[in-house]
Design a protein around this ligand. Structure first.
Ligand SMILES: *[C@@H]1O[C@H](CO)[C@@H](O)[C@H](O)[C@H]1NC(C)=O
Ligand SMILES: *[C@@H]1O[C@H](CO)[C@@H](O)[C@H](O)[C@H]1NC(C)=O
Ligand SMILES: *[C@@H]1O[C@H](CO)[C@@H](O)[C@H](O)[C@H]1NC(C)=O
Length: 544
């Protein structure tokens, strides 16, 4: 009896201890990044990706690639072709399903921009597709529309960017040392020479393809190719500034593919005082030649950061924990930079790279210099040449593709063609942080805004909110291919610190929309409320 009582007491104590342990708040340090396989096969290799405001992702590879693993619907075949498989699909994020689409001409190594009306306008490609403009407007049964001579020059490996006037600029491409716009202002408008593309071109290795292009907040465009950048006035066709060459002088563009981002633009009282570009990875100068002779040089492990708004800008070099060629740089909703995919040796091209880098790295632009890079948990799938990564509205990063071969190759090759789609979840999505995560009340928030307009966002957070630890960000959905995300842009809005409590767990923040089209071209953005670096799920907003 006595003994039994004692046993029972011990049992209760242990139970109590267990309960206490279960309810102890998890420290944020316990949170980790994770990967999940979404679909083992989408039927094609995700070589180009664009998120659309319908929460679907349009994906395509190329039409001269052989038969894909997904058929065109209703027994259709491409006109004048024996290929009845699809080379483009639409991925529905909520349903985790794909629907085959029909592209008529070759979209291989092309480019594009999400237009203000929410349609993807894609340009160029290879062979019969190099002058074609293709439009995809998402709906349940929509398909690609093609304009055969939409471009005045062939565009293969070009870079596009949305402009404040609602048009897109298309810069360069193989042997196209010029730029043009889409749509054109008139029937006689053609293209304009860009000497910078001649100057950064090398006869045997171009090393300046898919140039890194960003709209600067002064209305000019920043263009980086090979080992240096300029500021370019596309209206007057004039170089406005020439920036110093990146230290070391190694190439950072295709085929020595590195990547680049415009760091988050912080708007304070209608201005952005600091505009910075970060270029990471790439391959040493002779790597392309060497890789073609079977020698795979180690990738670059450096990033260069330059403040292009500074009167006397200089590169500041930083060292990544992992060297990387063909890495993708993705801006996360909280303003961090994800560096993901790619290899640690060789260059872009057929079988020209080795040693996949399976672990992404996150770069915190405002952390102390010595602790900016943080290595993330690895994937198990190699994402080499022709792989992609884009941010989704829920804060995950969609990862797909990888094909280092001229055709679909699934066996007896070093890196088989990847048809799978994965999601990388940064640590901010860890369930242990759900108490900090804001939840935007979308029906109480304006989703069409005008430049400079004040607007209110209502949200719910279960833990108490410190207004100084809240920020509101807007991210432009980018077109990703060949390790570069065109139109990638993140704005930190003025007013994030005005958060007030409305009642139990209810909050309201009053922010100012980006002041101008130079800072944020009219169009579609994903808006996030970020609390203690943990972002809400985003909502689609449109600047008109
Ligand atoms: C794609 O199809 C090929 C040929 O039928 C097959 O060998 C391969 O396993 C398929 N791959 C996937 C991921 O479904
Ligand atoms: C198919 O081939 C015919 C004859 O060469 C040509 O007239 C037609 O334009 C082609 N169709 C397409 C969609 O390429
Ligand atoms: C928010 O921050 C700005 C400076 O960024 C400051 O001028 C303003 O007073 C702050 N507002 C509140 C409510 O703290």
């Amino acid at each position: 009896m006595h003994l039994n009582n004692h046993k029972e007491m011990t049992f209760h104590r242990i139970l109590l201890l267990l309960l206490l342990l279960l309810h102890m708040p998890q420290s944020p340090a316990a949170a980790g990044s994770s990967w999940s396989l979404l679909l083992p096969s989408i039927g094609i290799s995700a070589m180009h990706m664009q998120l659309l405001p319908t929460d679907r992702v349009v994906i395509y590879d190329r039409t001269d690639f052989g038969t894909s693993n997904i058929s065109l619907p209703d027994g259709k075949c491409r006109p004048n072709s024996t290929d009845c498989s699809a080379h483009s699909v639409e991925y529905n994020i909520a349903c985790n399903t794909v629907r085959p689409l029909m592209v008529l001409s070759n979209v291989w190594c092309s480019s594009g921009t999400l237009m203000p009306d929410g349609s993807l306008v894609q340009t160029g490609g290879w062979s019969d597709g190099d002058h074609v403009v293709r439009i995809y407007k998402s709906c349940d049964n929509c398909d690609w529309q093609e304009i055969p001579t939409g471009l005045s020059q062939p565009r293969w490996y070009a870079t596009n960017h949305l402009l404040p006037d609602g048009r897109q600029i298309i810069v360069g491409g193989r042997r196209s040392f010029n730029y043009e716009f889409y749509p054109k202002m008139s029937a006689t408008e053609t293209d304009f020479t860009m000497m910078f593309l001649v100057q950064t071109n090398e006869p045997d290795v171009e090393n300046n393809l898919y140039p890194f292009v960003f709209l600067n907040t002064d209305g000019n465009i920043f263009i980086y190719a090979n080992y240096r950048g300029i500021l370019f006035d596309y209206v007057r066709s004039k170089v406005v500034r020439t920036f110093p060459a990146i230290p070391g002088g190694d190439p950072r563009n295709y085929p020595s593919t590195g990547s680049a981002v415009l760091l988050p633009l912080h708007i304070v009282q209608g201005n952005v005082d600091c505009v910075e570009v970060l270029v990471c990875g790439g391959a040493p100068r002779d790597a392309f030649k060497n890789a073609n002779n079977g020698k795979f040089d180690g990738a670059l492990d450096t990033c260069g950061r330059i403040k292009i708004s500074d009167p006397d800008p200089q590169w500041v070099m930083e060292t990544m924990p992992l060297a990387r060629v063909m890495g993708d740089m993705v801006l996360l909703p909280n303003g961090d930079v994800l560096i993901i995919n790619g290899g640690s040796a060789g260059v872009a091209g057929w079988d020209l790279a080795r040693d996949p880098v399976l672990s992404p790295v996150i770069y915190g632009p405002h952390k102390p210099t010595e602790s900016r890079f943080e290595v993330q948990n690895p994937s198990t799938i190699a994402r080499m040449y022709h792989s992609t990564a884009i941010l989704l509205r829920d804060g995950r990063v969609l990862v797909g593709g990888s094909n280092a071969h001229d055709k679909y190759e699934f066996t007896n090759v070093l890196y088989p063609t990847e048809l799978s789609l994965e999601a990388f979840s940064p640590a901010y999505l860890d369930p242990s942080l759900s108490g900090l995560r804001p939840n935007i009340i979308s029906h109480e928030t304006k989703t069409t805004i005008h430049h400079g307009e004040n607007f209110i966002i209502r949200f719910i957070v279960s833990c108490p909110v410190d207004p100084n630890l809240v920020k509101v960000t807007m991210v432009a959905p980018s077109f990703n291919t060949h390790s570069f995300s065109m139109n990638q842009r993140l704005l930190i809005l003025d007013g994030g610190n005005t958060t007030v409590a409305l009642g139990m767990s209810h909050y309201e923040v009053s922010v100012v929309a980006p002041p101008s089209g130079n800072i944020a071209p009219a169009g579609n953005y994903i808006l996030f409320v970020v609390h203690q670096e943990v972002p809400s799920e985003g909502i689609w907003v449109r600047i008109r």
